[in-house]
Design a protein around this ligand. Structure first.
Ligand code: ADP
Length: 401
């Protein structure tokens, strides 16, 4: 058995999946929540067995990792005999900067470089690093791989990644578009081509990853040539709680008006905006539809703003690629929310996009073509699997390569 443990560490959470790479099946998965906060807990789901949920104090990521291992080897709800069954660990890293354009085996040099990127990714990389360090403490001899959200976008052309700032801002301070959700955009674009029986090299695909964080990528011939997230994951679409694109002059204006310092402003733009801020209801689309259907105008407006922005970028990326063959929807919203998919594609008939509205509406969480047979552009739901991409890269670098 070639078991790969996939770790996605956030500041107070740690998601894991143990995947058997012989057949790419998930053996167990789970989540440690509220690390370092009261009521921390581990939710563990062994495949084919009941899930377990244990609440106990979990002060840091090392403890969290130790409990993950305990859960995996537990006599009752465990799935492996001992630690030696884990052959490699793949870590999700949010920001690889310009240094990492593909996944890498983690060594001291990589750790140094990853730490250097903390400056440009202060909200994400420190948590990812804590996850790696916790694993290295508990499994010092197991090879580990870092898989970067930014890597798939590393081949974007200059005109797509440069901002209209003095060139020094790029050369001195590394300010450019990096793009995120790369593992998802990469997986979905390849999978869509595979489902259609075509070579990804022959396709222009617009991949819409719509979850708590949302982004769109223009994938031409298998290469990401533009994407909506930028220097950080704050740019682009309106998201659950993030503002997406705004006029930069709004930032100092808001700071003055609301008396916020830099950290407070960053927290505001990341956590209080998006559809949550617009609606005043929730960042969850199920709540938004419930409220909108009950007559809440702001919830309806938030949904309209969210979908309009998607449509606008689909148009922009069709222009960027000189056409579009396929549009895909993935992520918690993209896979489950038929009305959002329909609204985002409404009015795109001029591009050759025709949705089968009745078929699309109730579809949840499964792969399907939702465009009509005579639609020039194929519109599809392609459930994403970021953990599998991380496990595949890890396997390729340390086990199968
Ligand atoms: P993350 O970016 O955290 O990985 P997900 O991709 O899991 O997020 O997406 C989470 C979001 O998906 C939720 O906030 C919710 O808005 C949306 N979602 C999940 N299930 C449904 C559903 N059945 N209908 C509409 N939206 C849903």
């Amino acid at each position: 058995m070639k078991n790969v443990l996939v770790i996605n560490a956030g500041s107070s959470s740690l998601k894991y999946q143990l995947i058997d790479m012989d057949d790419e099946s998930v053996i167990a998965k789970g989540l440690v929540e509220r690390i370092g906060i009261e009521h921390s807990m581990i939710k563990h789901k062994p495949t084919g067995k009941d899930s377990v949920q244990i609440e106990k104090p979990i002060g840091d990521h090392v403890k969290a990792m130790a409990y993950v291992i305990d859960a995996l080897i537990d006599k009752e709800h465990g799935v492996i005999e001992d630690l030696s069954s884990i052959k490699a660990v793949g870590h999700r890293m949010v920001h690889g900067g310009e240094k990492f354009s593909s996944s890498v085996l983690i060594d001291e040099e990589v750790m140094e470089a990853v730490k250097e990127n903390i400056e440009i990714a202060p909200l994400h990389n420190p948590a990812n690093i804590m996850g790696i360090e916790a694993c290295r403490k508990i499994m010092p001899d197991v090879p580990m791989v870092a898989v970067f959200d930014t890597a798939f976008h590393a081949k974007m052309p200059r005109e797509a990644y440069l901002y209209g700032l003095p060139y020094d801002a790029y050369t001195k301070y590394k300010i450019r578009r990096y793009g995120f959700h790369g593992t998802s955009h990469s997986y979905v674009s390849k999978k869509a081509a595979q489902i259609l029986g075509k070579d990804v090299k022959d396709l222009k695909i617009i991949t819409c990853h719509l979850g708590n964080g949302s982004s769109i990528a223009a994938v031409k011939g298998g290469v990401s040539v533009d994407t909506t997230m930028g220097f950080t994951p704050l740019e682009g679409l309106v998201m659950g709680t993030r503002s997406g694109d705004i006029d930069a002059a709004i930032v100092p204006y808001l700071m003055n008006k609301m008396g916020m310092n830099v950290d407070e402003t960053i927290a505001y733009l990341n956590k209080k905006c998006g559809v949550l801020g617009l609606s005043g209801v929730s960042s969850d689309f199920r709540d938004l539809w419930d409220a909108a259907n009950a007559g809440n105008e702001r919830a309806k407006t938030a949904l309209d703003v969210f979908c309009y922005k998607i449509k606008k970028y689909i148009g922009a990326y069709a222009a960027a690629m000189g056409g579009v063959d396929v549009i895909t929807f993935a992520g918690g919203i993209g896979e489950n929310d038929g009305p959002v998919r329909a609204l985002a594609c409404e009015g795109l008939e001029f591009l050759g996009v025709k949705i089968d509205t009745e078929f699309n509406h109730p579809l949840r969480g499964r792969q399907a073509v939702i465009s009509t047979p005579d639609s020039k552009v194929v519109v599809m739901i392609v459930p994403t699997d970021e953990e599998l991409v991380i496990a595949r890269d890890t396997c390729e670098l340390v086990l199968c390569g």
